[in-house]
Design a binder for this molecule. Structure first.
Ligand code: G3H
Ligand code: 13P
Ligand code: NA
Ligand code: ZN
Length: 328
């Protein structure tokens, strides 16, 4: 059934695991996630970005996710709005049946200028008031996603803040987080710890100075009852990069968030882990390989099948690594 995100996050906190939240845009991604969840009996969070709605259209996304629920009636599924840039976007999502919304007030409505703290509190609180009245969960965000190596906001990869940031902006402050949660009453809090969206997160395997799991611990110690959310948490597996390169792709050296670091975060309050890029890499590698190895094939089903299987394998690995097995 479709469930609210709060229910799943509370269960995750009680049992000490985290849910991967996968971004979805099309049929094959949704099928991959559901098949993986079914294999290991895991609860599911599927999230749609503004870009997803632009690509597929809101009715297609909604009906595809509803089709997933109908096909797997035994699995709890959350339909979550990722990075809502204004209360209006969140309201539209609630009206169309989303059971959870993210009000990302860390940025202004343009999605690239860093917002003031007061603005963030005000919009997040407003969305919480409306959402809670109809049983919808709210994720808010405090801090700016971006690189502690380059000090740039993650606009580079198409999302988030534009330009140079300070270390203070790129690392969520525990004391401010406590005030923010108290004022907004959000159900879950996305925090900045040095991750950014997309494939190009780190120029080397990240160490504690550029990926601050330590900051998660400090925040969790201050607000132990708040569910923490990690964005930009694809692991960017080197074998997927290698496959893409082997079959004609051009991707430069890059590193993601190691699964072991996410597991450390899960010990300290992380309950939702956002993953989009890893599924993109898996699907692209599989499609490139298939088309190179089978140059005479032209039925999209032929290359979408291995792409779907590759995405499913990534999903299954994350469900297992984050402790979701048997939790549905
Ligand atoms: O939040 C970022 C997700 O990876 C969604 O990306 O805006 O390209 O759909 P997108
Ligand atoms: P990745 O780009 O690391 O997959 O992050 C996705 C995300 O945070 C969506 O909100
Ligand atoms: Na952000
Ligand atoms: Zn995100």
């Amino acid at each position: 059934p479709l469930v609210s995100m709060r229910q799943l996050l509370d269960h995750a906190a009680e049992h000490g695991y985290a849910l991967p939240a996968f971004n979805v845009n099309n049929l094959e991604q949704i099928q991959a996630i559901m098949a993986a969840a079914d294999e290991v009996n895991a609860p599911v969070i599927m999230q749609a970005s503004a870009g997803a709605r632009k690509y597929a259209g809101e009715p297609f996304l909604r009906h595809l996710i509803e089709a997933a629920v109908e096909s797997y009636p035994h699995l709890p599924v959350v339909m979550h709005q990722d990075h809502g840039q204004s209360p209006a976007v969140c309201i539209a999502a609630m009206r169309s049946g989303f059971t959870s919304v993210m009000m990302d007030g860390s940025l202004e409505e343009d999605g690239k200028s860093v917002a003031s703290y007061d603005y963030n509190v005000a919009v997040s609180r407003r969305v919480v008031e409306m959402a809670h009245a109809v049983g919808v969960t709210v994720e808010a965000e405090l801090g700016v996603l971006g690189s502690l190596e380059t000090m740039k906001g993650d606009k580079e990869d198409g999302h988030g803040a534009d330009g140079m940031m300070t270390r203070e902006q790129l690392l969520t402050d525990p004391e401010q987080a406590a005030d923010f949660v108290r004022q907004t009453q959000c159900d879950a809090l996305a925090i900045a710890i040095g991750t950014s969206h997309g494939a190009y997160k780190f120029s080397k395997k990240p160490t504690g100075d550029i990926l601050s799991i330590g900051r998660i611990k400090e925040i969790h110690a201050r607000i132990p009852n708040t569910h923490l959310v990690m964005h930009g948490s694809s692991s960017v597996p080197q074998d997927l990069l290698a496959e893409i390169r082997e079959f004609g792709g051009d991707m430069r050296e890059t590193y993601g968030v190691p699964v072991e670091e996410i597991q450390e975060g899960i010990k300290h309050g992380v309950r939702k882990v956002n993953i989009d890029t890893d599924l993109r890499l898996a699907m692209t590698g599989a499609i490139r390989r298939y088309l190179v190895e089978n140059p005479s094939k032209f039925d999209p089903r032929d290359f979408l099948k291995p792409a779907r299987a590759a995405a499913q394998a990534v999903c299954k690995a994350r469900f297992l690594a984050f402790g979701c097995e048997g939790m549905a």
